[in-house]
Every structure is written in structure tokens, then in C-alpha cells.
Design a binder for this molecule. Sequence first.
Ligand SMILES: Nc1nc2c(c(=O)[nH]1)N[C@H]1C(S)=C(S)[C@@H](COP(=O)(O)O)O[C@H]1N2
Ligand SMILES: [Mo]
Length: 239
Amino acid sequence: MPPKNHPGADLLRAHSRRDFIRRAATGTVVVALGGGYYYLDDRLTREAKAMVRDDGRPRLPPGQRIITSLKPMGGIPGSPRPSEFRLRVAGDVKNPKTFDFAELLALPQTETTSDVHCVTGWSMFDARWKGVRLVDLAERVGVSGRARHVIFEAAHGYTANVPLDEALSPDVMLAYRHQGRPLAPTHGGPVRAVVPGLYFWKSAKWLTGIRFQARDEPGYWETRGYHNHADPWLEERYS
Ligand SMILES: Nc1nc2c(c(=O)[nH]1)N[C@H]1C(S)=C(S)[C@@H](COP(=O)(O)O)O[C@H]1N2
Ligand SMILES: [Mo]
């Protein structure tokens, strides 16, 4: 049974609720949720289902449908001001350091394009991010050989755990721009984590810290019924 308290749980229920869904002439399904309209696109979903990634996996993980922009999924925001941003990098690192926004910008800057998969059933293809790759930050602080897990820390105690080897994938970002604009506060601005290989709840918004450590430490959703790992292709949704 899916846990009930996920902020986007209504989206999954909406999929099975005829009265929630209007079919537009274009074949686009318009889902009205919480006062906003989000587009779960039938035609794009059909096209996506035919796509195969370089690694041989289907581009669209099982049980997902295409949405054309990120849906704001809530959470308790931190300060949206870059001037108040602090990122405390700690744990099994040789040089622990707290970065302010200017110091983040002084690290190597990277632009990536990756796909987002939300556990509530929507996927967004070709999301564009600008920021710092976690692997570049890890190199800067010198992660020790003991570290096996990365714990992303965010405003008001939100955390998400990712295995170190997956967190050091070159598409894992600390992002401050999305779709060519500063990252909006609703999507975690000024800076969020982006972990494209795992369900989107691992991508902590309003990032405040990163801990490298030997011990795994299930985070906010992982201790509330969601899967500890969260691989979308294995449908690791719930535990
Ligand atoms: N700090 C923080 N980060 C968070 C969350 C949260 O509640 N707080 N929610 C997560 C969940 S469940 C999802 S699906 C994504 C949603 O990101 P979005 O609102 O930009 O779509 O952010 C993740 N990061
Ligand atoms: Mo979520």
C-alpha cells in the first residue's frame, strides 16, 4: 500500500479517477490539482515509451507518464535568498567547509540535461540544470576512503540518503538554475540537489548541507514508508 502522506499522492489517485480527467481534442490529458493545471501528455508518453537509453534501459521508467514542466510538490521552504545560502559540507572529508553562494560559484560550473522521475507518476524529460557537480565538490573537500553514503540536508530537517557511488555520477548536481532561469523558490531555490538516477524525492530542495559518511542514514521519506534506494526502473517506490 502506498503511504498516504506524500504531498503528491493525489496525482496517483487522479490517474484512476475519471472525474478528475478531461481529454482535450489534442489527446492531452489535463489534470486539475490544487488550483493548478499540469499536463500529463498522452502523445509524449507514447513517444517516450518507444525510446531506449544508451545503457539499454527504456528512457521512461515503468508506471510513469510525461509531464512538460516540473510540478511543485511542496515541502517546507528555506530562505530563497542567495545571500543567506550556506552549504555545510562535513563528515568523512579531509577539508570540511561551509560554502556561501559566491564560493559555490567559484567551483567548476556545469550545465546538464537530464530526466526527472517523481514517485507520484510523472516524468519530465530534458530538464536543464546549471550548478556544481557533486563529484567536483567532493574532489574539492577530499572525501575519505571510509565514506559510503551521502546525506543531503535541507531546510527544516529534511534529509535524503544516496549511496556514494551513485551520488558521484556526473549527472548529480547542486543546481541553482533550471530551464535557463534562477531556480524558483518553489523548486528549492536558491540551490537544490538533482539526482536524476533516483526518484525525485532524493533531490533535496533548499539545500543546507552534505554529509559524507560510512553509515547509511534513511532520510525524511525513507523513514516514512518510501524505499531506501528509489531506483525508478526497479519501481523502488515503497518499502
Ligand atoms: N527540502 C525538501 N526537499 C524536497 C522535498 C521536501 O519536502 N523538502 N520533497 C521532495 C519530493 S517528495 C519531491 S517529489 C521533489 C519535488 O520537487 P519539485 O517541487 O521541484 O517538483 O522534491 C524533493 N525534495
Ligand atoms: Mo515526491
